[in-house]
Design a protein around this ligand. Structure first.
Ligand SMILES: C[S@@+](CC[C@H](N)C(=O)[O-])C[C@H]1O[C@@H](n2cnc3c(N)ncnc32)[C@H](O)[C@@H]1O
Length: 336
């Protein structure tokens, strides 16, 4: 694009650049041209008086791609609305999911376009209107991009097929999937209850340490994806995938050395039944959304509610913030 430029020798370039910038003359939409002998800065208008050691002329310069730190810089909303733009969003494979307050509804598509431009490799952006129902499915509205919601997501060196429209998946649990898998020791029997598309079960199976893994979920779409993931990773023989509610699975399942119960809002109602299935010396990983104010006492309270005599210890770890007042917390119970 044609523009006036202010030309300085390289040794003066930095002070000239600062001077042009402080006067609001430096164009940010065009790229400065640098050569061995000079630097040409594009300007909106010529400095008055002219800067020392410089000359001016008109030139054609290439556009400068915008360098932005956040997708929010690509949007031009009123300050009130700009302040409501979320800082965080989920990246699931090549799909970006963002939660928006209702005030931003009229701008939702622009926000989608901004995320599509900003997050490298994004194919599609969706408005995540929150999870609902027993299967904990996200209500999704497409905002920008194309193609299906189904995508391939990589975590902990494993490729997982995910379809956030038909089965629950959260990329924020990646560290938890790896942490639990790393604790599994030789010949354990593992129950992954409420397994979703199987990130715990598949990550554990991938390490080829456990003797047997049972993965249980009441959502048929989740179990279908889990089976596909296990096949693709060559671990299908290690996972017994069951499409049934855990209340039907548990009575005939016997005991396990390690049980994962990841149903953060409802899990408490199954906790007595599930904890009874942990073998002596075994471990229970229980996930719960806990109010921050209750966190310090919650683990002890849970052990007391179960059967204090059977449990040696409980550890807790904050997985991620859930709301301004609550966190998703991982409780690990060790059986005597
Ligand atoms: C929060 S998701 C857990 C997903 C998975 N553990 C993970 O790490 O991605 C909860 C899952 O529990 C399943 N679910 C809900 N109630 C259930 C029940 N009574 N028995 C078995 N599965 C259930 C849902 O279908 C959903 O896939």
């Amino acid at each position: 694009m044609r523009s006036w430029v202010v030309i300085a020798p390289p040794i003066r370039a930095e002070s000239v650049r600062r001077s042009l910038r402080s006067r609001g003359l430096l164009r940010r939409d065009l790229r400065a041209a640098r050569s061995k002998n000079e630097v040409a800065f594009p300007v909106y208008s010529l400095p008055e008086p002219p800067l020392e050691h410089t000359r001016v002329e008109e030139r054609d310069l290439p556009s400068e791609p915008p360098s932005v730190q956040s997708y929010r810089e690509l949007l031009h909303l009123s300050p009130d609305l700009q302040a409501l733009l979320p800082r965080a969003f989920d990246v699931v494979g090549d799909v970006v999911l963002v939660r928006l307050p209702s005030e931003l509804q009229p701008h939702a598509e622009h926000i989608g376009e901004a995320l599509l431009r900003f997050v490298p490799g994004t194919r599609k952006v969706g408005w995540d209107r929150g999870v609902h129902g027993e299967a904990r499915l996200r209500r999704l509205t497409p905002l920008a991009g194309t193609g299906p919601w189904r995508t391939e997501h990589r975590e902990n060196g494993i490729a997982l097929l995910v379809d956030p429209e038909v089965a629950y998946f959260s990329p924020r649990l990646a560290r938890e999937h790896a942490r639990v898998a790393s604790q599994v020791t030789a010949n354990e029997t593992v129950f992954d209850l409420c397994c979703g598309i199987g990130p715990f079960a598949v990550t554990i199976a991938h390490r080829k340490v456990a003797r047997r893994i049972f993965a249980v979920d009441s959502n048929p779409a989740a179990i279908a994806l889990l089976r596909e993931n296990a096949e693709r990773l060559g671990v299908a023989a290690h996972i017994d995938a069951r499409n049934e509610p855990l209340e039907r699975f548990l009575p005939t399942a016997g005991a396990a050395d390690r049980i994962i119960l990841n149903l953060p809002h409802e899990g408490i109602k199954y906790l007595p039944r599930v904890s009874a299935a942990v073998a002596p010396g075994g471990t229970l990983h229980y996930y719960e959304v806990t109010a921050r104010a209750d966190r310090s006492m919650r683990g002890t309270l849970l052990v007391n509610q179960l059967d204090r005599a059977r449990w040696a210890s409980v550890e807790e770890r904050r997985v991620h913030p859930y709301s301004p007042q609550a966190d998703l917390v991982a409780y690990t119970f060790h059986r005597r």
